[in-house]
Design a binder for this molecule. Sequence first.
Ligand SMILES: [Zn+2]
Length: 273
Amino acid sequence: MQALAERLDAVVAGRELAGFDPLSFSSLKTVVPGPEAFVGHRVERVTRRAKYLIFEVGDVGRMLLHLSQAGRIDIEDPQKRTKPRGAVVRIRFADGVALLVREFGTERKAAWWMLAPGDDGPLAGLGPEPDSEEFAALVREGDDRRRIHTWLRDQHTVAGIGRGYSDDILWRAKLSPYATLASLDAAQREELLDAVHAVLADGLELERQRTGGLSENKLGEHFEVHGRWGSPCPRCGTTLERISYESHEVTYCPACQTGGKTLADRRRSRLLK
Ligand SMILES: [Zn+2]
């Protein structure tokens, strides 16, 4: 998402907004200020916080965009009038360029917000960024008793770590997906923190290298273990295992992370019945 924000900034910073075409029912999450209040003003820059893209429009406020699971952004030059499948909103600029936001997910939907200055909207209550001192202190001193995988994905704990990165972080730190922060010693906490920094830095590096523009928003196949259950662990060669949940799967290496143990899950328990 950071790399996408950087690419968007390069494309739209300085451009004057000419209009917003809402193309999907209920994807705009705010009523006041209306999008028309932003027309005629320039986007100063595009930044990111957690998984939100932030279009900063000076004194008028900010537009927030969340692409959810499978959203993407197309640049239209010149802008079109069509309404393709999955279209969410078209952001039109005065010089004829437009951004078309589309959504291919079924479960969760892309959404956007128009925020007045000082209104944090959905950004309120977000945890610190993973590279902040605040988060480092939390890892070193925290006593949370949820599974670390759950804790890392909680956007109130730390912003912007999803399922894929959580799998890779725990694998890199050699921690069980069932471990809790409270159960870690000082050395393990440092390994966890190092793993968070390293995995996110690698991810950003790969995203920056990716060509093909803004359409390629989907995170590619660059996870080290996430989604790769059944294939060999990149570190030790043991076959990676998974824990199945209703909505997602956690991948781990039984040799590197759980002392050789295979963790029980819903799928496995069902098979055993
Ligand atoms: Zn391994």
